[in-house]
Design a protein around this ligand. Structure first.
Ligand code: ZN
Ligand code: ZN
Length: 268
């Protein structure tokens, strides 16, 4: 059976587009085609003004066979994320699911994960320091709170550049311990296969550690168009089997539940 949940999707893509049924419906049609029975809309918090809870309620009424979560991807944008965090706080009860992400290294005006920004890692900070700073930013957003799940935990590898002697499990072990202590989840994402790194997020050794610590794991494509929904989920399933990840979860109202116990597709 294909993986049934995709919990990282951007209907607004990279520009403010207020939610309408016309904008969201293609995602539901694609979900049915792809065998996705539970999906989350998680637009970037800088576009929170486009999120419309009433439109999502209407969508749910029209498509009761697909579980539709309303979420957001709250990052560490030096300009917008403070306002984003306030919005999440104000709408926490209405939101099902909040992703936490690090897209910026300190002092940088551009996201490091853009295709043209590998120089931030190699020239501006140096790889070792960039990886260190990235991990410190993860800790900061953990301390800020207001999230349920970490997106693309080892995104810093996106340009396929690593410090000397880099060991994913050793590097991210302390972060996983903090995530576990905070009771949060991590996502297994196919988006890295579409980037230079050519590997899912996070590395299989990190997934193995997550399994050892019984961390809840969600599945995600980071789709920016309906056609990407559930992209490469067959391949992701093989990685999850390889890492023996047994704690796949779905969410509703910020609560994780084992996937198999929530197979009805209905909101609790
Ligand atoms: Zn992201
Ligand atoms: Zn995203």
């Amino acid at each position: 059976m294909p993986l049934p949940c995709d919990y990282h999707n951007h209907p607004q893509a990279h520009v403010l587009q207020p939610y309408t049924l016309d904008l969201l419906q293609p995602w539901i049609f694609r979900a049915r085609q792809a065998g996705i029975r539970s999906l989350a809309f998680t637009d970037h918090d800088r576009y929170h003004e486009g999120v419309d809870f009433d439109v999502v309620d209407r969508l749910r009424e029209q498509h009761p066979d697909v579980q539709i979560l309303i979420g957001i991807e709250l990052d560490n944008d030096p300009v917008t994320s403070e306002r984003g965090a306030r919005w999440v706080e104000q709408h926490w009860e209405k939101l099902d699911f909040v992703l936490g992400s690090v897209h910026y290294l300190p002092g940088a005006a551009e996201m490091f994960d853009r295709a043209d920004q590998s120089g931030q890692l190699t020239d501006r900070y140096g790889l070792e320091r960039a990886f260190d700073l990235y991990r410190a930013e993860l800790q900061k957003i953990l301390q800020r709170g207001l999230i349920d799940c970490f997106a693309h935990l080892d995104l810093i590898k996106i340009h396929h550049l690593y410090p000397e002697g880099y060991e994913p499990a050793a590097w991210f072990g302390p972060v996983l311990e903090m995530i576990q202590a905070a009771g949060l989840a991590i996502e297994a994402s196919t988006a890295g296969w579409r980037k230079k790194v050519g590997e899912q997020y996070p590395h299989v050794a990190i997934l193995e550690l997550a399994r050892a610590g019984s961390l809840p794991v969600t599945t995600a494509s980071d789709a920016h168009a309906p056609a990407q929904l559930g992209a490469d989920f067959d391949r992701l399933e093989q990685v999850l089997v390889q890492a023996r990840v047994a704690n796949l979860v779905r969410f509703a109202r910020h609560k994780p539940m084992p996937e198999e116990n929530a197979a009805s597709g209905k909101m609790p």
